[in-house]
Design a protein around this ligand. Sequence first.
Ligand code: AMP
Ligand code: ZN
Length: 114
Amino acid sequence: MDPNCLFCKIINGDIPASKLYEDDDVMAFWDISPQAPKHFLVIPRKHIAGPGAMGSEDEQLIGKVLRIGAKLARENGIGDGFRVVFNNGAEAGQTVFHIHMHVLGGRTMTWPPG
Ligand code: AMP
Ligand code: ZN
């Protein structure tokens, strides 16, 4: 846990979030600034700054983030058409340095992303 990390504070319950799911490993909550009709984040409880800070010991955990994200997309009316995004580094738009997977859906997605 990083005491200065916004998402660690959400995990600890110090900051409220609109939760969709939580278990011993991961948590999911709706993004406060949605970029699609449905936009939520899936995070591990473990503080990892981003994909670039992962160790091989994190592979199973981040695999679970992906599996739970897809399951929650189905369960929350997004269906099979969704976009998953991990931003890594400020240049890529990362603003919270606790690894998180965006799941966006409910509209047609375009490519390339901005
Ligand atoms: P990124 O830009 O990839 O680091 O994504 C961070 C995301 O966290 C952004 O989409 C923000 O809208 C979202 N966010 C920031 N603060 C909160 C919060 N308190 N609750 C839910 N989502 C948040
Ligand atoms: Zn954190």
